[in-house]
Design a protein around this ligand. Sequence first.
Ligand code: N01
Length: 565
Amino acid sequence: MTQVRNDSAILDAVVVGAGFGGLYAVKRLTDAGFAVQAFEAGDGVGGTWYWNRYPGARVDLECWDYSYSFSPELQDEWDWPERYPTSSELMKYLNHVADRFELRRHIRFNTRVETAVFDERENLWIVTTSDGKVTRARFFVPATGVLSVPKPPEIAGLDSFKGESYHTGRWPHHEVDFSNKRVGVIGTGSSGIQVIQALAGQCRHLSVFQRTAVYVVPAKNHPLTPAMRARVRATYTERRAVSRLTRFGIAVPFPVESALDATPEERSRKYENAWENSQLLGFRMCYGDILSNEAANETVAEFIRGKIRDTVRKPDVAEKLMPRGFPFGTKRPCLGDTYYSVYNRDDVTLVDLKQTPIERVVPEGIETSEGLHELDVLIYATGYDALTGALTHIDVRGVNGRKLTDKWASGAKTYIGLMTSGFPNLFTVTGPGSPGPLANMSMSIEQHIDWIAACMTYLRNNAIERIDAVPQAEEDWMQHVQDVVSNTLYLKANSWYIGANVPGKPHVFLPYLGGHGTYRRKCDEIAAAGYPGFVLSRATAREASQASSNEAIHVAEAGLMGGAV
Ligand code: N01
């Protein structure tokens, strides 16, 4: 159903992706009566989890939180087997969601969106796909994920390697046999930590090429019993309601006390408790200033270094594994139950690239400054062109044919993480300027898509053709994003939050750190007030140019600021 015009060849929305975001966008928008076509490059649903099937891949938030909340029935019928679901369990869940809500009929698989061009005379997005087809839609909703474009390492000779090589973010769908093989892993972020734990002991020898040591806290993963599931289900509604208001989108309170006001014994008790009963946010929830005060942060950092000293038997290896030079939590901490003890094995070698940098990949393996490491399999756990990569890999052009890559050349900009000015009727999902990856992603996705669906409904009900962000509102929002982060320690790390991992990418901290609850309230207030900070227009440019001069004035007046319809 289109809003104003009745052209059956014109859809209401093109959605890109069939992961958590794309599936929910299809569900929510079709429920609201919109005609939607989704495109997915893979041959099935799953998004991130479709591509990330490397050994050990699992989510680092508890299943109760990292799952959809929109359907109580779905919540009640799905039995998660473990606290942290594996990639294959998440794939089962997302396939179930696609089937249960009959979403597949709206998705064209094996189809990559290549270009999206805004036709400003008609207020339409013209979308071309890898199958050579063109789709026209009023709205463009790329739910492309924040970590979906893998970033290979900048190392000479990558193509010369004669063994097998894989990036964790593009893992093959066939079984990879590691038995009796010498395996090298480059990268020790969340993906590297998981794959290293999974492969230690499963191959002839594992060599880990570490450039930066990270903080790894215990996952304490465990199977779930029916009684555990029943306990969560009994309070699920309240849990979700509380989560929607919190900083990280999960139901844990954020404390106000300073770590520096506590005695060393009190701190130690709290940190031991966080270590033993950990979850991703455990340490950050111990005190209110862990992410804002360097001395407070150092108390956590040193506690974790102590655990590494206690676990790793060879002191020189322990020393190399100790994270230094950036505060705890400012790169995403990793979860791992056996990570540090892996280095007590004789068949695992840690190669510290700070001391012996990689010089090149050669047919036989990796050559560092100290010599050749012979390998049969090479795994790149080297991360992603995060937050913007998936969208800028599509040739997106807005008003006056301006390319999105040009607009974002010195840093991505959005108004409240939902629209970027000059690209009308394009909604971003968990992208730059939103809390996205700094909060529970599944909850962030639902919040964004709910807001987008409500906005599209408002536009339809008010016969509005076009919505765009006001440039000054966008500038002010991005300034606010920077102001918030400048009160924290996050700028002290070269993280993917800041684009530091991709050569040539502008260094701008992109996620909004104000917290999920605060952000949600702000978005809701803007919608309730009739969309201040956006320009809403009733007529297409074609209609305006066809109108008589009197009509043209009327049409011009219909370019409404702040939605004062
Ligand atoms: O990627 P990363 P990731 N030579 O960018 C190293 C989510 N996630 O895929 O730090 C040598 O974190 C790089 O070194 P350095 C989660 O949000 C979640 O692991 O740049 N090394 C770093 O060690 C996470 O934060 C889950 O010095 C090179 C590593 O590669 C995000 O995805 C699981 C190099 C990249 O780490 C990204 O995680 C997996 C080079 N040329 C991912 N280039 C869970 O839910 C890069 N590196 C558990």
